[in-house]
Ligand binder design. Structure first.
Ligand SMILES: Nc1nc2c(ncn2[C@@H]2O[C@H](COP(=O)(O)OP(=O)(O)O)[C@@H](O)[C@H]2O)c(=O)[nH]1
Ligand SMILES: [Mg+2]
Length: 450
């Protein structure tokens, strides 16, 4: 596990950009930095403040840079320890040299996640918030970001705190009746106990089930464009992207591999797959490509099934049948007739007529996709489970509570035991009862400097 009593340093900024940041945290943060920051009278009368100071190499007395230095005194810092942040010019030489000098003067290079780990150990944040900070850094879309920021602000911790309190009140009702000295207390009111228990179980269930919806936010909605060769699949995707990302041509079998394009549509991550056209062929590469088409269909949430206007009804239905064999049962299908610009009659009501050339109905297609997305993700709440670890804890807690339903009402010992187990699982989410291995695993996923 990380040591927390020494003083750590690292580069907190990335390459590029005008300002570089060095972060130092630990009980000797001020002492160490006073050796290479001047003037160093901040050490005599330390207070939360900022200064314009010179970074000097103590060995050579050479000036390295002038920097803004922020001092945060314990406990008023990110880690809860004394901290220094040095904002210097972001030259690779200045940054590396300053880090080196800090290391030579008694600091240790921080490992990934060590700053946040110290914040957690010192009670500045709970584990959910720590994990949310990591997700905040990694968020790709508005929705991912808004969930992470709410959790970093403590919304999920608050929700869990409420649930825990409900369990604690059930537990106290039960425990008070285990102890012999309380014999004069009445039996538990079965109805009200049962109602409270059901309500806790319901809250946990609701929360735990949000984990599945989150996979759509994290991984995105998968949209597969498929159909016969030449039906206009690649042209459609190019049009949606807005440039010629994929080769298109009148020669059938142009696309032989699955091409993945990630688009952010209204703050939501959507992954479009352009696939090889489905047909009988002897070409071994195309056969491989078509196999991939079907495995993409299997994994997609929305299928855009394209029909070329020149394709016969029979040819289309043959392909449709093969596609329907593969789609997952909750997937949604949009049937599309392409190249509507060359058509006079558009009377098949179960199809959406589109043209990548004239742009007809492309807006309509996108809004159909977003509507389906709403259906797929409509059970996403504010408090949402985004981590497998949290999900497992909730599941175990839920299972403990469910067991109580089959226990005779006067078996207080056994009821109390399951309530305690359920409570422990919830505590593990915020990090109260976790082993070092699990903690290490959580924090090691951070980047250095966080
Ligand atoms: N007129 C017209 N031609 C199109 C349209 N979309 C695609 N095409 C043409 O149809 C041919 C096959 O298109 P492509 O996107 O390569 O089909 P894919 O094999 O399904 O990927 C190309 O010559 C395209 O220019 C459209 O909306 N209108
Ligand atoms: Mg193609």
């Amino acid at each position: 596990m990380y040591q927390t009593t020494d003083t750590i340093v690292t580069i907190a900024s990335g390459p590029g950009g005008a300002i570089g940041i060095i972060r130092i945290s630990g009980k000797d943060a001020l002492k160490i930095s006073s050796k290479f920051l001047s003037p160093n009278n901040f050490i005599n009368n330390p207070k939360n403040s900022y200064f314009l100071l010179k970074i000097t190499d103590p060995k050579t007395q050479k000036i390295i840079d002038k920097a803004i230095v922020v001092i945060y005194l314990s406990p008023k810092s990110y880690t809860g320890q004394d901290m220094i942040e040095i904002f210097c010019h972001n030259s690779p030489y200045i940054i590396k040299k300053t880090l080196e000098i800090a290391l030579e003067n008694g600091a240790r290079q921080a490992q990934p996640g060590e700053f946040t780990f110290r914040a957690y150990i010192n009670g500045k944040i709970d584990l959910i918030q720590a994990e949310a900070i990591n997700q905040l850094i990694k968020a790709e879309t508005e929705k991912q970001h808004s969930i992470a920021i709410k959790q970093a602000e403590g919304s999920l911790s608050k929700k869990l705190f409420e649930i825990k309190n409900q369990i604690i009140s059930l537990l106290s009702e039960t425990e008070v009746r285990i102890d012999d000295s309380y014999e004069e207390i009445d039996e538990i009111n079965q109805d009200s106990f049962k109602n409270s228990l059901d309500s806790v179980i319901e809250s946990i269930k609701k929360l735990k089930d949000t984990y599945h919806s989150y996979s759509y936010i994290r991984d995105g909605i998968k949209i597969c464009i498929c159909g016969a060769p030449n039906s206009g699949k690649s042209t459609l995707l190019n049009t949606l992207i807005g440039y010629e990302r994929i080769i298109t041509s009148p020669i059938p079998g142009t696309t032989r591999d699955v091409i993945e394009v990630i688009l952010d549509i209204k703050g939501f991550k959507m992954i479009f797959y352009d696939t090889a056209g489905i047909r009988k062929t002897e070409d071994p590469i195309e056969i491989e490509g078509i196999k991939k088409t079907f495995s993409t269909i299997e994994n997609s949430d929305i299928i855009l099934l394209l029909k070329d206007p020149l394709q016969t009804e029979r040819e289309y239905l043959e392909i449709k049948e093969k596609v329907m064999e593969k789609v997952k049962k909750e997937a949604k299908i949009i049937e599309i007739i392409t190249k509507s610009d060359i058509l006079k009659e558009k009377n098949k009501s179960n199809f959406l007529y589109i043209s990548s050339i004239s742009g007809e109905n492309l807006d309509k297609l996108l809004s159909m996709i977003t509507d389906l997305k709403e259906k797929i993700t409509d059970d996403i709440y504010d408090e949402i489970i985004v981590s497998e670890r949290h999900y497992q804890c909730l599941l175990k807690s839920y299972n403990e509570l469910i067991k109580i339903k089959n226990i005779p009402f006067n078996n207080y010992e056994l009821i109390a035991e399951h309530l305690k187990n359920a409570l422990n699982e919830l505590e593990a989410i915020v990090g109260k009862t976790l082993s070092e291995d699990i903690l290490k695993n959580i924090f090691s996923k951070f980047c250095v400097g966080k």
